[in-house]
Design a protein around this ligand. Sequence first.
Ligand code: G4P
Length: 527
Amino acid sequence: MNKALDQVLQQEVDKRRTFAIISHPDAGKTTLTEKLLLFGGAIRLAGSVKARKASKHATSDWMEIEKQRGISVTSSVMQFDYNGHRVNILDTPGHQDFSEDTYRTLTAADSAVMLIDVAKGVEAQTIKLFQVCAKRGIPIFTFINKLDREGRSPFELMEEIEQVLGIRSVPMNWPIGMGRELSGVYDRMKNQVELFQGDDHSTIQVKKVDGYNDPVIREMAGDYLHDQLCQDLELLDVAGDPFDLEKVLNGQLTPVFFGSAVNNFGVQTFLENFLQLAPKPEPRRSTQGMIEPTNEKFSGYVFKIQANMNPAHRDRIAFMRIVSGKFERGMSVKHVRAGKEIKLSQPQQFLAQDRDIVTEAYPGDIIGLFDPGIFRIGDSLSQGNEIVFDELPTFSPEIFAKVTVKNALKHKQYQKGIDQLTEEGTIQVFTTVGFEDTLLGVVGQLQFEVFEYRMKGEYGVDVQLQRMPFQFARWIVSDKIDPSKFRINSTLVKDKKGNYVALFENEYAMRTAMEKNPDAKFLETAP
Ligand code: G4P
């Protein structure tokens, strides 16, 4: 036992918060991220994250597609310090073209911030990302954004969160007016009001009050808004859920904050509350039981591999989440699957797209490892004991295409490319029963583009992709009947392990198949 290391580890773990922001494009994720980084002093100029997002010619050697489209193909990581905390934000692409990597990145977060546009409510991409977080049971904090615009009533939004996402919510603060009338928010936990000042709302006045009935609020916000505030909060006190930290930490209750990211309104109080309530790095399950972050022996796992960031060198970066112990540059660790000792010599940490060499890191941190092709998604690295962390989940594909090779002479390279890219998790591959056609399945269109790009760039193969009309894949499991004999109005395919999978064009066809085959299970992912 090394007492000094124990102490340092405990301190470093206690101060860390690693989370992802989940939202639908346009809800304001880039804006909120930027404000958070500004508070932490991680960037000097407002607009720089945004500028990167918009820039069509990023200065880094990030993947070519990313440059062409001005979007982040795969998620990156941002780190900053605030009030004694070290904060890691795992960025998930805000663009519609998200991919399985987006989902996998969520598995490296200890909590999530769900950002919702006050006028639009819970949107499609938010639902998908929420479900991945909910499956893991991680705490989810909600920020309802754009309060400076006319939006839906806060009660309506809370109801929608419960109906659509199945999670109860507890407002931590409550808007005083909205849109043009927005005057501020009432902080229910601290019993204080935060009011906009001046015509341009550029400053915020914070005042302690004696409950929401305090006449001081009436003086500051006027009769009309104060009456409404009192009415709303009385209703919440009677009918709303009380704050319950245990439920929050179990993912059963989401604390809700109202604000306006672009006006920097409510962002700081959100950040402070969040840092206080959000969990520090959690233990992870492995073949050796739960691995505590304060375990002296270093361990971590790879959750994402970003290929070809520099096309000239074909290098890849494996993103690793540290689970336990202290990481030091140049340390030797066991690559458990490969059964080899490897030296971690060129680790990188990320701030947006600038990469820095990191010399030490702790549980909760994400580091990028130079990967000459030795890592796969889900690989465990450890010091001492051979620890293998639980497999990362797979996700049900929703978009499908038939793939063919344009030049038949390239068949060997084509097969090699498909095998390797499947193994890396770039795409999922299926073979139709009977016709032996090859189908690819993805969760985001972008994965097809990355697939085509890499097949050409790395294997010299031009492929043709023909979109198929399927929307759902279900793995069929039955003890009684051979799945190939099922009466299913769908296309039957096999995955790479030979499991039967039915592809459906719509939900109706899927439901009918399930009703006709009550003895079978229809699983969303491979058994
Ligand atoms: P995203 O990353 O989730 O896609 O969203 P992003 O931050 O890019 O924000 C989308 C749009 O919403 C931006 O406007 C942004 O300025 C605006 N926005 C963000 N927060 C707020 C807010 O609190 N109130 C209001 N009214 N708008 C907000 P844009 O017109 O697309 O870009 P820009 O011209 O403003 O930069």
